[in-house]
Design a binder for this molecule. Structure first.
Ligand code: ZN
Length: 627
């Protein structure tokens, strides 16, 4: 999965603040008969959908029915069973059988030999995200919006009987006439001459949940990328966006990804299900995406402007698509035999998420979608962000225990330090192989050896990789991935003739781009204060203003959120000689300052190419970034 960059979410939040103010059953044994599932999207009651699950005949006296506690790719315990109401087990005559709820996700049914089917009502997650702690990450969540949208992440709707996860499923969906399904699940639309009944099939439970379905008004685009048929289906609640708005950028991006991957085996079909949420109502706000073998569910706010939406789609979808390599192809037994209710975690998140995220950046520079400077800025951003997490936590121990404290809050570091681990490994491999081999080569070799159906042993992967590569890789794993020593990135940058340096860059007086230097205290008369724990620009520094200072007057105008706005407007016309006077409240005292506003600059760290380095160093850098 991929969390959408928090920084951008913050920007959106700030922008909003500043602008807003059964009958006839044939008795087949449960092992080989398909589990017939029915989902009714027409008769919605209290924002809930009714689901029926009809297995073959059981021979045991009790049977356990489960809804997933967790699903692959989310690395969190979400207990989807908590969204299930009014669970009932019925016998062949339609009478209730005894059933007992064992925990959030588990029901025990007595008299199983008489069990015809179970049925229950399903609540959705999107409109309750605000009300619950640790809400389900939206791309793994569910939506029931009668007549307009259904996000069927099927693990939220369809359960399994213990011991029958390998049985095939047939899923019948009764659907409203105005909505169409987008999914990579096999099956068809409007079968049995009933245009309002879709019937899908899956070979086993894992396949059911690996293929989400989105029902929405038709808003799709389909295109070919070197033998892959890609469908983008988009739900935009206020009709702000059409799938065609994003098509061109997606075609270019996925074409570049395919070129980057070269001969890696991939799916013939790939669907992008994009749910755009409405920020003005209780709706999904876990922005990002979740990977599947042949599709991805993406959730982004409809309020984004088209430029930022396109870039977010490039970053998020490319990440999900690269999951085809890992963990969807290269993965351990923990993932191959995933236990939905008692999952065992693998120690290799550095690869599943780290390699994926690294490739999602590397392909953009290699295929010319971004400049070298952009790439360096992204890597530096990851270095900065990685310091917000525990930099001396073993990545393998964190990975293995990612559902537990204190590891769980460090999860998002897999996108930061996880990617950087791969950058360093990539540089080591290039250096040792005279520029010929890198992380992509390694992943291709691993996917030839393993692949979708052959998992590796979790504890054997490192020695396997070392035997394919160099002793320096072993040292790196032991010190920085298994071990707890923070990485000195400059050592690796030096190998390719790069270094991090402090430079000054122009910025605005009150805003750095779209990010304000101040914040609003809504609890306290909505006073506006200078943000703390950030690097201030020269404007604030030269006037000796500090983070936490509350604006009281500017040029004798009393300041609140309303009166500050026109001053921000005026500031765009200020020249360096313009004089400003301000009074701020600091620790209960009034402090007045006067002075020229100057030309605002900010200090930034940058990764820069060093002059005068050896030619082979430049060649190595080019092999890394342009090969
Ligand atoms: Zn991911």
């Amino acid at each position: 999965m991929k969390f959408f960059m928090k920084k951008n979410v913050l920007i959106i939040a700030f922008a909003l603040i500043l602008n807003a103010c059964g009958a006839g059953k044939v008795l087949v044994s449960a092992e080989n008969s398909p589990i017939l599932t029915s989902i009714d999207l027409v008769n919605i009651v209290d924002d809930k959908v009714q689901v029926g699950i009809n297995p073959g005949a059981f021979t045991t006296s009790t049977v356990i029915f489960r809804i997933s506690k967790t699903v692959p790719g989310t690395y969190s315990s979400d207990n989807y069973g908590q969204y299930i109401d009014d669970f009932e087990a019925l016998d062949y005559k339609g009478n209730l059988l005894n059933s007992k709820k064992l925990d959030d996700n588990t029901w025990s049914i007595s008299g199983a030999a008489q069990l015809d089917k179970v049925q229950y009502w399903v609540n959705d997650t999107y409109d309750t995200e605000n009300d619950v702690e640790d809400a389900v990450f939206s791309p793994a969540g569910t939506n029931i919006a009668e007549g307009s949208n259904f996000m069927l992440n099927l693990h939220g709707f369809v359960g399994y009987f213990d011991g029958f996860k390998e049985a095939p499923y047939t899923i019948q969906i009764k659907k409203p006439a105005n909505l169409i399904a987008t999914t990579t699940l096999a099956g068809g639309v409007g079968v049995k001459n009933d245009p309002l009944l879709d019937v899908f099939t899956a070979k086993r439970y894992l396949e059911v949940i690996d293929n989400p379905i989105m029902y929405a008004k038709p808003n799709t685009e389909t295109f070919e990328i070197n033998g892959i048929t890609v469908t983008l289906s988009l739900y935009s609640p206020n009709d702000v966006y059409k799938a065609s708005d994003l098509k061109e950028r997606m075609v270019a991006m996925m074409g570049a990804q395919k070129k980057f991957l070269g001969d890696v085996d991939s799916t013939k079909e790939y669907n992008i299900l994009l749910y755009m949420s409405d920020v003005n109502i209780p709706d999904a706000h876990g922005y990002g995406a979740l990977e599947h073998h042949t599709s991805t569910v993406v959730v982004l706010p409809e309020a984004m402007d088209v430029g930022r939406l396109e870039q977010a789609m490039v970053d998020v979808v490319s990440h999900e698509f690269f999951h085809i390599v890992t963990p969807l192809s290269v993965h351990s037994k923990e993932i191959q035999y995933f236990d939905f209710n008692d999952p065992k975690m693998s120690e290799h998140l550095w690869m599943y998420e780290g390699t994926t995220e690294y490739f999602a950046n590397l392909f953009q520079i290699q295929q010319g979608l971004i400049s070298e400077e952009d790439f360096y800025e992204r890597m530096l951003g990851k270095i900065t962000n990685s310091k917000f997490y525990d930099d001396s936590m073993s990545f393998t121990i964190m990975s293995k225990n990612i559902l537990e404290q204190p590891y769980e809050p460090n999860y998002a570091n897999v996108y930061e330090k996880g990617a950087l681990i791969n950058m360093c490994l990539d540089i080591i491999l290039r250096e040792k192989s005279n520029g010929e081999k890198g992380m992509l080569w390694l992943m291709k070799e691993l996917s030839k050896k393993y692949g979708t159906d052959i998992p590796f042993e979790d504890e054997a992967l490192f020695s396997e990789i070392v035997s394919m590569t160099y002793p320096e890789v072993d040292v790196f794993f032991k010190e920085h991935v298994i071990g707890t020593t923070p990485i000195d990135y400059n050592t690796f940058f030096a190998k390719v003739g790069l270094a991090t340096k402090d430079v000054e860059e122009p910025t605005g007086y009150f805003f750095d781009g779209q990010v304000p230097y101040m914040d609003v205290d809504v609890q306290n008369d909505s006073v506006v204060f200078i943000r703390e724990n950030i690097e201030l620009n020269s404007f604030f520094n030269d006037l000796e203003l500090k983070g936490g200072d509350i604006f009281r007057t500017i040029n004798e105008q009393e300041i609140n959120l309303e009166t500050l706005r026109p001053i921000i407007g005026e500031s765009f016309g200020w020249t360096p000689e313009t004089v400003v006077s301000m009074t701020v409240e600091r620790d209960g005292e009034m402090v007045s300052v006067t002075g020229p506003v100057g030309q605002p600059v900010k200090k930034v760290k940058k990764i820069v190419a060093l002059e005068g380095v050896a030619e082979e160093t430049v060649t190595l850098r080019n092999a890394w970034l342009k090969n």
